[in-house]
Design a protein around this ligand. Structure first.
Ligand code: ZN
Ligand code: ZN
Length: 70
């Protein structure tokens, strides 16, 4: 079982409901680097956490950060 990097629940594909299981240590290492996109092996889509909806699309969650003006 691989925990989601955000909510730490079992990382499950939001699209098809398959538990994500990396097939290699390299794939597992990619999970700790959020900038690396991860594809679901079940449906081939971009992996999205079923619980917290965190997309593993290789992009940082900075859409709402338009500036840091305090
Ligand atoms: Zn999550
Ligand atoms: Zn899937």
């Amino acid at each position: 079982m691989i925990p989601c990097t955000s909510c730490e629940r079992p990382l499950t594909c939001d699209a098809c409901g398959v538990l994500y299981e990396p097939e290699s240590p390299d794939a597992y290492a990619a999970l700790s680097r959020i900038e690396v996109p991860v594809l679901c092996k079940g449906c081939g889509r971009m992996l999205v956490c079923r619980w917290c909806k965190l997309p593993y699309d290789g992009r940082l969650d900075d859409d709402d950060v338009a500036g840091n003006l305090g």
